[in-house]
Write a protein that binds this ligand. Structure first.
Ligand SMILES: Nc1ncnc2c1ncn2[C@@H]1O[C@H](COP(=O)(O)OP(=O)(O)O)[C@@H](O)[C@H]1O
Ligand SMILES: [Mg+2]
Length: 288
């Protein structure tokens, strides 16, 4: 799992390596890559009590889908992604990934955490290449993937730059392609564009969609921005307040490719956004 650099290569057999390909949609019989079944997650509080963050959550994600997840702040969105990535244990229920139960670190997902950082002592290309380890990728494959993704993210020419020499948006792009470059079947992204200015955000959303349209990996993308949630997604999952549950799921039947820069004008946007806002405002207790 590369976004977090906790890959455990020796755990991946060669057949598993082959199944990492996003195009491999034959895994399992039901077309689902992620199945979250009655998942509960409780944390210990400082006074030795327990706090239930997620309460019997259910969520199925088919191969190739772009799912966004929205919900009130602190409801458990990041926790849900961490559970899918196997970064933290469940308190109840189970999560299936490609039909097998997630137990311990899920090395077959890409994960871009909320505070994803590049290694400051590595150049941009070394950071992106970090996931393409030499046991699984020949030198030539490595080079090819590197060029391809750096180019896709509009970072050509900056290969030898160190993170401190890049703008915030460039660093963010690099951390995203670092997770994409080894082509995991699923990429989990936790508010990846959160701290960026509005223009940079749109450019990156546009780039992400372009990359996704080529590869059609499954993406589970947490955001607090409802426009972003609708603009990117096939489906928007709305979570409730803590203890969080899935309140509703909205289909976004807008055509692709989408034009992020004029998303408000695209047919289907207003309708989907209206439905999402209607559900969400009840969660925020807004009476308009
Ligand atoms: N490691 C942890 N230990 C204790 N409580 C935690 C931990 N991680 C998250 N929480 C709590 O779980 C709840 C959900 O957190 P989080 O998943 O980060 O919410 P969100 O991403 O939706 O804002 C919060 O109340 C938070 O304080
Ligand atoms: Mg969060």
């Amino acid at each position: 799992m590369l976004g977090e650099f906790m890959e455990q290569d020796d755990q991946l057999s060669s057949s598993e390596t082959a199944s990492r390909k996003a195009s491999d949609t034959t895994q399992g019989t039901n077309g689902l890559v992620i199945q979250v079944e009655n998942v509960t997650k409780a944390f210990l509080t400082p006074d030795q009590g327990t706090m239930v963050a997620l309460q019997e959550i259910n969520l199925d994600v088919p191969y190739g889908e772009f799912v966004t997840v929205v919900g009130p702040s602190g409801c458990g969105k990041s926790t849900l992604l961490k559970l899918i990535a196997g970064l933290t244990p469940l308190s109840g229920g189970r999560i299936l990934y490609q039909g097998s139960e997630v137990q311990g670190l899920n090395t077959k997902v890409g994960y871009v955490p909320q505070e994803s950082k590049l290694f400051p002592w590595l150049t941009l290309e070394e950071n992106v290449a970090f996931g393409l380890d030499s046991k699984r990728y020949s030198r030539q494959e490595r080079e090819h993937q590197l060029r391809h993704f750096i180019n896709l993210a509009g970072l050509s020419g900056f290969e030898k730059y160190y993170p401190a020499q890049l703008s915030g948006g460039m660093g963010k792009r690099a951390s995203i392609i670092r997770a994409l470059a080894y082509e995991p079947p699923v990429i989990l992204m936790d508010e990846p564009f959160g701290p960026l200015d509005a223009q940079t955000r749109m450019v990156l959303q546009d780039e992400l969609l372009k990359i996704w349209e080529q590869k059609r990996q499954t993406i589970v993308f947490v955001t607090h921005d409802l426009v972003e949630a609708v603009a990117l997604a096939d489906r928007v999952v709305v979570m409730t307040h803590r203890p969080a549950n899935v309140k509703d799921v909205i289909q976004v039947p807008m055509d692709r490719p989408r034009n992020i820069f004029e998303i408000h004008r695209q047919e289907g946007f207003d309708e989907a956004y209206g439905r999402l806002w209607n559900i969400f405002r009840h969660e925020l207790n807004i009476k308009r």
